[in-house]
Design a protein around this ligand. Structure first.
Ligand code: SF4
Length: 334
């Protein structure tokens, strides 16, 4: 079965006065129909640039290599017009801050209806009706009245529901959600995540969820892609990543989840050190300067992709059968 989305060997750079930032370096992954895939990693890991490239938001001149296939069709070098068509009909996007996606001077209903009319041959009245149905679908009470209100008359959570309604207007096969709940308070976060889960099932769509919150990953996703320093360092099912992680960076991320049951460990445990300098990424493993298990080979040679089990891969030399066991490092006081 072919995948809904395939990203292969993607490489994205940005020229700056200080040199060329290698933001995404040889990134490959796939998303199947109907699955939720989370991309996790710290700021600067390349996760947002990766999805922005999928959405056609990165200028072609910055894309140095790779392929992106959607539904079997190459989309990396589509014209602006073709990309707009694809975004309006098959791929939807929800950003972190709903206010950046909404026009503050236009009534909510009109914003949804305009999006519908741009891509579907519906009359004004039909588009209005569909917009109201969408507002109901995303759980906005009194949808007919709310249709005539402006964004500032909605709370943050309600605005994010509207953004989701706009993204769903054309029944997308893929929804890309970039930190969709980060700007919201905890109770509203849970409501929005429940809404997305519910809609994903109802509409059988796929979701790429960008987040730095592993609690959200556990709640929403089936598979996880862990990114670090512009590369994919580990990928697997939620079970693989939470129960059998095979990369020291993933171990660090998991340790940074506050443990509510252990009073001693309520505080986040940050991963020591800073992300790599993407002007001149290390020749070997990008995590080596922060990794307590770094070996000589790690500094010299970029780690191979080790296949741990079906669909579970990790780019870390510790997975080489010839590598010392982690216990040996611990015994040596690392
Ligand atoms: Fe650490 Fe080496 Fe694995 Fe990189 S390859 S994460 S430096 S042990």
């Amino acid at each position: 079965m072919s995948h809904l989305l395939e990203v292969e060997h993607l490489k994205v750079t940005f020229p700056t006065y200080g040199g060329e930032v290698q933001a995404v370096r040889d990134v490959s992954f796939y998303v199947d129909q109907g699955e939720v895939v989370a991309i996790v990693g710290e700021s600067g890991s390349g996760k947002t640039v990766t999805v922005q490239t999928i959405m056609g938001l990165i200028p072609t001149k910055n894309i140095k290599d790779g392929n992106i296939r959607f539904n079997g069709k190459e989309i990396l070098h589509l014209s602006k017009k073709e990309m707009r068509k694809l975004k309006g009909s098959e791929i939807g996007m929800v950003f972190q801050d709903p206010m950046t996606s909404l026009n503050p001077t236009m009534k909510i209903g009109k914003q949804i209806a305009e999006g519908i009319r741009k891509h579907q041959k519906l009359s004004k009245a039909e588009a209005k009706q569909k917009a109201i149905e969408l507002l109901r679908l995303v759980g906005i009470p009194n949808a007919e009245e709310r249709y005539h209100q402006y964004p500032h008359e909605f709370s943050g959570g309600m605005r994010q529901r509207v953004v989701i309604a706009i993204a769903l207007a054309c029944n997308p096969k893929l929804l890309i959600a970039d930190e969709p709940t980060t700007a919201l308070d905890v109770t509203i976060q849970a409501q929005i995540l429940d809404l997305m889960k519910d809609l994903q099932k109802k509409m059988e769509m796929s979701i790429i969820l960008i987040t730095h919150d592993l609690g959200v990953v556990a709640e929403m996703a089936q598979r996880v892609i862990v990114m670090y320093g512009g590369t994919v360092v580990e990928t697997g099912t939620v079970f693989d990543i939470f129960e059998n992680p095979k990369h020291p960076y993933t171990w660090g991320l998991l340790r940074s989840i506050p443990n509510l049951h252990d009073k001693e460990k309520k505080r986040l445990i940050p991963i020591e050190g800073s992300p790599p300098d993407l002007f001149s990424p290390p020749k070997g493993c990008p995590f080596a300067p922060r990794c307590p298990y770094a070996m000589e080979i790690c500094v010299e040679k970029s780690p191979a992709e080790f296949h741990i089990s079906n669909g579970h891969t990790a780019r870390c030399w510790l997975n080489d059968p010839r590598a010392p066991k982690v216990e040996a490092f611990i015994a040596a006081g690392r």
